[in-house]
Design a protein around this ligand. Structure first.
Ligand SMILES: [Ca+2]
Ligand SMILES: [Ca+2]
Length: 188
């Protein structure tokens, strides 16, 4: 009899414990959360209609001493965040197109052009700001200049570069050429 009593008591205890744990509960779930990075993309254009990641911007020929010429292009923020810093870096390569008779008399390096010693980038104008540069293309080779402009997503800015071949540029840079690579770097 004693054994039976003990078993019954134990069963009652277990059932009671089960009932006391049966409280109301609820859960909320949030699915489909994601984190994506922003897109950083700048592009250039000559006419402001179509923009490219890579584009030839100018080809100037028959440049004469005393002459000033302007190159214009547009830069666009095609990304999803503001561009807070924009820089332009110059890479310059001089070459001889040919040796004209009057050039031969003063130029002893038929393999190397001299135009970069003379041709000056006077200024860069961007978004109404004028930056005075006044440096020859040879001096600018490898240099990086910060452009004072900020671009919101979708925003475009016009860039003008003023080049001048000084009047005292002599015959050594006659029929010389210069190949300029411009690299634009944007950052947050
Ligand atoms: Ca030369
Ligand atoms: Ca030359």
């Amino acid at each position: 009899m004693k054994r039976t009593t003990k078993v019954v008591l134990a069963l009652i205890l277990v059932v009671t414990a089960g009932i006391s744990k049966a409280i109301f509960t609820d859960t909320a779930i949030s699915r489909g959360n994601s984190i994506e990075t922003a897109e950083f993309d700048i592009a250039i254009s000559k006419d402001g209609k179509r923009f490219y990641n890579e584009l030839k911007l100018f080809e100037m020929s028959n440049f004469l001493p005393g002459e000033t010429r302007k190159s214009e292009f547009q830069i666009k923020n095609r990304g999803t965040v503001e561009v807070k810093k924009l820089t332009i870096t110059f890479k310059v390569r001089n070459y001889e197109v040919r040796m004209s008779p009057s050039e031969k008399a003063v130029d002893s390096t038929p393999e190397t052009g001299e135009l970069g010693k003379w041709l000056v980038l006077k200024a860069i104008r961007i978004g109404g700001n004028n930056i005075t540069i006044n440096q020859t293309l040879n001096t600018l080779n490898g240099k990086t200049i910060t452009l004072p402009v900020k671009l919101n997503p979708g925003e475009t800015a016009k860039v003008e570069m003023m080049f001048e071949l000084p009047e005292d540029a002599g015959n050594e840079c006659q029929t010389d050429g210069i190949d300029v690579t411009l690299r634009l770097d944007a950052s947050q």
